[in-house]
Design a protein around this ligand. Structure first.
Ligand code: AMP
Length: 588
């Protein structure tokens, strides 16, 4: 397939933010795409080469790209840098520069999507000392044959600055329309995506095998399954109302969610946001296969830091010490953990997600052996408020956050947040001592002791309907010097020149970040706001919701994907709950 078709399509997509229009452009593109390249196109649309969990990163530095542009065009580096400074986007600058190209190439081959993809793949795989020269060779050979428009998109993909603002849901809408005639079939695609986390594979399946293939889609060992999530409840009474007469209560441990795929000695570990996290947990890789009594298995567990002397659970923050590239062995002995299993999703070649909670728990206990390192998460079947309270007490005393409540007869719903699982945290009982998980979207430079850091951050909720991040508050308190440094290290590489179209805010932040990081916030109250955009127009026309006196709790939730942040719905519920409490107090 000619790369020019893709470049022209990207060009149109970049010019709009409207979801309907983007969907239409995608449908047109998919209809022109041969089936054997559709997966590649889907990854490229998302600015990737493969699904995230494979961890393939392009990692080309701007300097190298500038040298490659200069090499293939004959235009001096200084001139390219000047143009880049003017436009703020190297892809765009390169298209202007290449219009003025002085060096002519005699034999210009049409470039194809396949060629661009293969070359980018080779670049991503290159490592070692000689890799820079090789990368440059590959890039300039592509640029030699590219038109200015094509070159600009090749560079954007290479530099990771292609930001079409297309959400996964929009891609699935377009696939459903293009290959089944109606958006209604999106749900079927969604299932396939939820159990494979691989949108390219989903696209290829519907394109080559139609809906039939999608309906037969199966879990693939070593492809992560998108996690099931829980709604929150504020009290035991509310839980009983929602869960019925009898349900399971499990400790809600404050660690890192780990999805384990095991076959023999081969182990893969995925985080909640489906990153590959094997390197942080060599102890899990080494020890857990011995506990498995099955040919192959997919399990979910919470890895929790423990105090080795008392066996007490320690907070999530302790695990942050394991997120390092070097000396991981030292971190493993200094910050010991236990692995606490709570679900089984696949066993001996068969999916378990359709089984009820009760059946899954039995299966889990049958196929996983416990020992000092591997445990089942403590669970009790509860029937009334007293029993929940007692179990909550035990859970808090053991050092965990609260309880997860799970319906006994329900299946595992991959990739969705629903009322079959509820979380009840101790802290929710305070009026708005509730913590929220918010997305960092912007930053303001600090003054005084905070010079050189982001002293204040702009935060957003997740709007599930629109798939956007509307602002809800600025936060400047609760930061220690250490956390400010840590946040700077994480956020600095996420700075983007253009505000990502999924960010909804009219504030003038000093810098905009790609919405990729979640942090935990407490606040005293939720108020109506003319400035912030969370749940805009829902409670009152032209007003959004904002947090009053927000404070950072110290928890950087690196394990969370931004789509797992607190949603508009959750904030609206909290706002209404707060009104109710105020009303009840006035009546007293
Ligand atoms: P939250 O991060 O507050 O939305 O809570 C959901 C997270 O709690 C999950 O992603 C898990 O990492 C964690 N968790 C702790 N204990 C359990 C449990 N028993 N069942 C499911 N998830 C748990």
């Amino acid at each position: 397939m000619e790369f020019s078709i893709l470049a022209e399509s990207f060009n149109k997509m970049e010019a709009t933010r409207k979801r309907l229009e983007l969907t239409q452009f995608l449908v047109e593109l998919f209809e022109k795409t041969p089936h054997d390249v559709i997966s590649k196109i889907v990854y490229l649309i998302q600015g990737k080469l493969r699904p995230d969990f494979e961890g393939i990163e392009l990692g080309v530095a701007e300097k190298l790209a500038i040298r490659a542009i200069s090499k293939s065009s004959g235009i001096p580096i200084k001139k390219i840098e000047d143009e880049y400074r003017k436009s703020g986007d190297l892809g765009h600058a390169s298209s202007i520069i290449l219009e003025q190209k002085t060096q002519t190439t005699f034999l210009v081959e049409d470039i194809t999507v396949e060629r661009v993809y293969e070359t980018l793949f080779k670049i991503a795989k290159l490592g070692g000392s000689r890799s820079q020269d090789m990368k440059m060779k590959y890039i300039s050979s592509l640029l030699n044959d590219a038109t200015p428009l094509e070159a600009s998109f090749i560079l954007k993909i290479l530099l990771g600055t292609l930001r079409l603002g297309i959400a996964e849901n929009t891609v699935m809408d377009a696939l459903a329309i293009a290959f089944s005639g109606t958006k209604e079939n999106r749900k079927k695609l969604q299932y396939a995506y939820n159990v494979s986390s691989d949108l390219g594979k989903v696209a290829e399946t519907i394109a080559t095998k139609g809906l039939d293939g999608i309906e037969k889609f199966e879990i693939i060992l070593f492809n992560p399954i998108r996690p099931m999530l829980a709604d929150r409840v504020k009290s035991e009474g509310e839980a009983i109302e929602k869960m019925g007469d009898e349900f399971a209560a499990e400790y809600k441990l404050d660690g890192e969610r780990v999805q384990l795929h095991i076959e023999g000695d081969k182990v893969a570990l995925f985080s909640r946001s489906l990153e590959n996290i094997e390197s942080y947990y060599p102890d899990i890789i080494e020890k857990i296969p011995k506990n498995i009594q099955a040919d192959n298995i997919i399990l979910e567990a919470e890895a929790v830091a423990i105090n080795e002397n008392t066996g007490e659970f320690l907070p999530f923050q302790e695990l942050m010490h394991r997120r390092r590239k070097y000396k991981i062995e030292k971190a493993v002995t200094e910050y010991p953990i236990t692995v606490n299993f709570f679900d089984i999703l696949y066993c001996n070649g068969k999916s378990c997600v359709e089984l009820s909670y009760k059946e899954r728990r039995e299966k889990l206990e049958k196929h996983v052996k416990q020992d000092e390192f591997a445990k089942y998460i403590p669970m009790s079947i509860v029937k009334n408020e007293n029993e929940i309270e007692d179990f909550m007490e035990n859970s808090i005393n053991a050092g965990s956050e609260g309880l997860m409540l799970k319906m006994l007869d329900k299946p595992y719903q991959a990739g969705s947040r629903g009322s079959h699982w509820l979380k009840l945290k101790r802290e929710y009982r305070n009026e708005l001592g509730d913590s929220l998980d918010l997305v960092v979207i912007g930053g303001f430079f600090g003054k005084g002791r905070r010079t050189g850091n982001y002293g204040t951050l702009l935060l957003a909720t997740y709007d599930e309907d629109e798939d956007t991040f509307p602002s809800i508050c600025k936060v400047g308190t609760g930061f220690s010097d250490e956390s400010l440094d840590q946040l700077y290290q994480i956020l600095h590489p996420k700075v983007s020149i253009k505000k990502n179209p999924r960010i909804i805010s009219e504030m003038e932040a000093d810098v905009w970040f790609e919405p990729e990081l979640v942090i935990e916030i407490v606040a005293s109250e939720i108020t109506l706001s003319p400035i912030h955009k969370a749940a805009k127009d829902v409670i009152r026309k032209d007003a959004g919701l904002a947090l009053r006196f927000p404070k950072f709790t110290g928890k950087i939730r690196v394990e969370k994907a931004v789509e797992d942040a607190s949603t508009n719905e959750e904030v609206i519920t909290l706002y209404k709950g707060q009104k109710k409490i105020a009303h009840e107090k006035n009546l007293m």
